[in-house]
Design a protein around this ligand. Structure first.
Ligand code: 5GP
Ligand code: MG
Length: 175
């Protein structure tokens, strides 16, 4: 297993995140927004996105994990921390690093919907549509990627590579 080709440089990520933030700011037009980020992969993206969103943005995080140390989803999506959240009446923007099968975003979304928010939209940095098992509407999306496992800019493999400033392919034997 090794780091492969760089797919998105730090510069192109910064530019795209800035564009997404501008679009979101326009759409919400000064309405207070609550970002619900999915730990841990979305932390870097949420931090950079928030910078471009201006004031009146609250940030919460939920835990969701299905990958363990592998590169294939393992079992059901485990959610944590959602119990302490109060999202009733709020305009919620769900933010994740990447949507693959769609199971994580769908699971988090249904938990969030159950809390009676005023609205829910989704924002992901990366979309891997070829792997989708559950349809999830994406309101804001940074980039589309093929069927590759990527690391960097907050995305890890077994806890490694999150600190890379760019997004690169992880070369896996047999994929
Ligand atoms: P899904 O539930 O959509 O299959 O998977 C979403 C979660 O799996 C993401 O939040 C992310 O943590 C992880 N994931 C999916 N694809 C990749 C990938 O290519 N690289 C990394 N590092 N994580 C991924
Ligand atoms: Mg994740």
């Amino acid at each position: 297993m090794a780091i492969g080709r760089v797919l998105f440089t730090a510069g192109s990520i910064a530019r795209r995140v800035g564009e997404l933030a501008a679009e979101i700011r326009r759409d919400y037009a000064g309405r207070p927004l609550t970002i619900v980020g999915v730990l841990q992969g979305a932390v870097t993206f949420v931090a950079d996105l928030r910078e471009g969103l201006g004031p009146q943005v609250a940030v919460e995080f939920v835990e969701a994990s299905s990958y363990g140390d592998g590169t294939e989803p393992q079992g059901p999506v485990a959610l944590g921390q959602a119990g302490g959240l109060d999202l009733a009446g709020r305009d919620v923007l769900l933010v994740d690093d990447i949507v693959d099968t769609g199971r994580t975003l769908a699971a988090v979304r249904s938990e969030v919907e159950a809390m009676g928010p005023r609205s829910v939209r989704t924002c992901v940095l990366l979309d891997k549509p070829s792997r989708r098992q559950i349809a999830v509407p994406l309101d804001y999306c940074g980039f589309v990627v093929g069927n590759v496992f990527v690391v960097g800019y907050g995305l890890d493999h077994a806890g490694r590579y999150r600190d890379l400033p760019h997004i690169a392919r992880l070369e896996l034997a047999g994929r």
